[in-house]
Design a protein around this ligand. Structure first.
Ligand code: SF4
Ligand code: SF4
Length: 460
């Protein structure tokens, strides 16, 4: 297995900062899906926020196919080097389209479907088009926390200038950023954010709505880590599906807050073979349900699950839940008694560690204090998807990552390659934190460990 070369991290970070999305596709292409569908600017302070992933994920699919074909000859780091040159020459997007096998429009359709559903439920929303400031969540994921802090404060100022008070998004990673990371990094953050399924479930209950799909279908639902485990949104999805006539839901073994990872978490860029192995494990489990269609609510999960099914040569459809709701809604609805539902918000993780600042002193002090609490029990390793995908190597397990962070901040000699191979092969799924008897928020320690490794110069 090749080790991670840092070019891809700087490629993703540079594109996020300069162009607004990891692949560097650009705002003009990212907003095309909304033309003629949404009005410009917030409506009563509320916007639909597309984020950086849905509009570009169709390009990623092509990239993945190419990477698979050329594996062994070149990797994503080579493409990462070529990308900026192509962009400078003005042939970036055109080049990527032809090189990466064209754009899959399903992700943009999911955004359009989500808007239609929200509108159909009487939710008033506008869209910022090219003015939509990218959340910058990739900077957080890759551990560029100082850059993320600066970016997030700029985003807050932009949203205020544009009159945004409330965000509704289809992207659970963006929802996590606005709900959990922004309040931590932006003093006075006061913008509300909801995921699409929260708003839809609440409105369907309130209006007493039921839809009819007009056909019978057996579906399974893949809970995205960020939606179920991180934000604790689980029951809304089941409620929505129970209100669609014709849908039979068959649940996979790992579901809800104990969901299995699809192989996302930035890993599809940094370590495609590992990402594919994780995805494969998950699709085998989803296949066992006997469902004809897999639904989910995250663009990266759709991509990974489609890649996984492709890999095993199975033609199982993978679709965004928003698209199924839109299809059922378009066929008509019936009314039952309306009710106000208070959906349970699951709290899964231990308390987050508190960092006074992002100085090296504070980072190392808190990381040392936290990782010293590790009992070395290894309970976290059992369900770690990347540990499983990498033959249970201790160095690539949850415990191995915690141990490495401890060595790093204790001043023990640590090679850059070791940091990259261990810390950047984690998908940040959070499954480890659910099992830790010492109450360590492991995936958060990994993000801050990445930050320490970058700012201390351990990795270039
Ligand atoms: S270390 Fe934790 S967050 Fe990272 S892949 Fe393993 S279980 Fe997921
Ligand atoms: S479960 Fe917690 S205490 Fe046990 S090895 Fe993992 S991080 Fe350490």
């Amino acid at each position: 297995m090749g080790s991670i070369v840092p070019e891809v991290v700087s490629f993703a970070a540079r594109n996020t900062k300069e162009v607004g999305d990891v692949l560097g596709i650009g705002a003009d292409k990212r907003v095309k899906w909304a033309e003629g569908l949404l009005e410009r600017g917030p409506v009563k302070g509320t916007i639909f926020y597309a984020g950086e992933m849905y509009p570009v994920m169709g390009y990623s699919e092509g990239a993945f196919k190419i990477l698979k074909r050329v594996e062994g000859l070149m990797n994503i780091n080579h493409l990462a080097k070529v990308g900026p040159i192509m962009r400078k020459l003005g042939i970036y997007t055109v080049g990527m389209n032809s090189l990466w096998g064209g754009i899959n429009r399903r992700y943009e359709k999911a955004l359009q479907d989500a808007v239609k559903v929200l509108r159909g439920l009487g939710v008033e929303i506008g869209f910022l088009f090219e003015d939509e400031p990218p959340s910058g969540v990739a900077l957080h994921t890759y551990g560029l926390l100082r850059e993320f802090q600066e970016h997030a404060n700029w985003v807050h100022r932009r949203l205020k200038e544009l009159g945004v008070k409330k965000i509704i998004t289809l992207d659970p990673i963006v929802a996590t950023a606005f709900r959990l990371y922004y309040p931590e990094f932006v003093p006075g953050w006061d913008v509300e954010c909801y995921h699409f399924v929260e708003v839809v479930a609440e409105r369907m209950a309130e209006l007493g709505l039921k839809f009819d799909l007009g056909r019978r279908i057996k579906v399974t639902y893949h809970d995205p880590c960020y939606l179920a485990r991180t934000l604790g949104v689980v029951d809304e999805v089941r409620f929505i599906l129970s209100r669609i006539e014709g849908v039979e839901l068959v649940e996979p073994e790992r579901r809800g807050i104990f969901t299995g990872c699809s192989g996302d978490g930035g890993l599809e860029l940094t370590q495609p073979p590992v990402a594919r192995k994780v995805a494969l494990d998950r699709v085998m489990e989803l296949k066992k349900t006997g469902a004809n269609l897999v639904l989910t609510s995250c663009p990266a999960c759709i991509l990974m699950l489609r890649t996984g099914f492709d890999f095993i040569g199975q033609r199982v459809g993978v679709e965004d839940l928003a698209s199924l709701i839109a299809e059922a809604m378009a066929r008509g609805s019936e009314r039952v008694e309306g009710e106000v539902k208070n959906f349970k918000r699951y709290r899964v993780f231990p308390k987050s560690p508190h960092f006074d600042s992002l100085s090296l002193e504070d980072l190392s002090r808190v990381l040392k204090m936290e990782t010293d609490r590790c009992k070395k029990c290894g309970f976290c390793n059992v369900e770690c998807p990347t540990s499983k995908a990498m033959n249970r190597l201790e160095s690539r397990s949850s415990r191995g990552r915690v141990t490495l962070i401890n060595s790093l901040v204790s001043g023990d000699p640590v090679r850059p390659k070791e940091v990259l191979d261990r810390l950047y092969t984690c998908v940040l799924c959070g499954r480890c934190s659910q099992e830790c008897p010492a109450g360590l928020h492991v995936q958060e320690l990994i993000v801050y460990g990445r930050a320490y490794a970058i700012y201390s110069g351990t990795i270039p």
